[in-house]
Write a new protein. Structure first.
Length: 253
């Protein structure tokens, strides 16, 4: 992708799944990468696996906690010499029917997926505003565009991310900061694999067959490619939008 080589990229939620694939893709593009994840051992494993692919470092962090986010962004700024691109990827999900969601479960999903997205974007955005340059890509979902059963808390948090992205774009564009969101559909990740396993053998294949026109689920690498595109100069006039990566799922009536 044009214009990515040499850029400093912070990937939140970068220790597994889509975030790890994004970290790897940005390294392949010649970027310097700093990543974070909730679990320290998982972060260490991710960094070990990426060693030798380029300049990469990171730490463990709970993006829903202000002190953790301040520590994360300060460390990333120092390690990268400035964050040019934020892949604001950290998120979580559980499957629960609406009538059974506890307030505690609701609060945790929203704390990570929406509050965490805001905290990291704001902290990084303040540095970018001083330099009057930068790209922020927030992780939303097709679940932020249309509702899916048993995910009211997740759907709501991702819908919030999409409107947060548009609001940021309106305010930050004049400061030289481009802001967009990714809206993946069903992607093969460790988180989705765990949910699928609890639903029984064959769930994922049946889901793809019945709901996705391409008749397969997406890969983390396909979403990572979208991260790289939106961060690149090839997307220099794309601002304030959500890029859908869903194999055609939202096209189905």
């Amino acid at each position: 992708m044009r214009g990515l080589a040499g850029r400093g990229v912070l990937v939140s939620g970068g220790s597994s799944g889509i975030g790890l694939a994004a970290a790897r893709r940005f390294l392949e593009e010649g970027c310097r990468v700093f990543l974070c994840g909730l679990d320290a051992a998982e972060v260490d494993q991710a960094l070990s696996g990426l060693a030798g692919h380029g300049q990469v470092s990171g730490l463990s962090c709970d993006v829903s906690r202000e002190a953790d986010v301040a520590r994360l962004v300060n460390a990333a700024e120092m390690a990268l010499g400035g964050v040019d691109v934020l892949a604001n990827n950290a998120g979580t999900s559980v499957r629960s029917p609406f009538l059974e969601i506890s307030p505690q479960e609701w609060d945790r999903i929203v704390a990570v997926n929406l509050r965490g997205m805001f905290l990291v974007a704001q902290a990084v955005g303040r540095h970018m505003a001083q330099r009057r340059a930068g790209v922020i890509i927030n992780m939303s979902s097709t679940n932020g565009i249309a509702g899916e059963e048993d995910y009211a808390h997740y759907n709501s948090s991702k819908g919030g991310v999409l409107l947060l992205t548009k609001s940021m774009a309106v305010e930050l564009g004049g400061l030289g900061i481009r802001v967009n969101a990714l809206c993946p559909g069903y992607i093969s990740t460790p988180l989705n694999a765990a949910i699928s396993a609890r639903l029984g053998e064959g769930f994922e294949q049946a889901y793809a067959r019945e709901r996705i026109p391409l008749r397969r689920v997406g890969t983390a690498e396909e979403v990572a490619a979208a991260y790289a595109f939106l961060a690149s100069d090839d997307a220099s006039f794309i601002h304030g939008t959500g890029l859908v990566i869903d194999g055609g799922q939202l096209a189905v009536m």
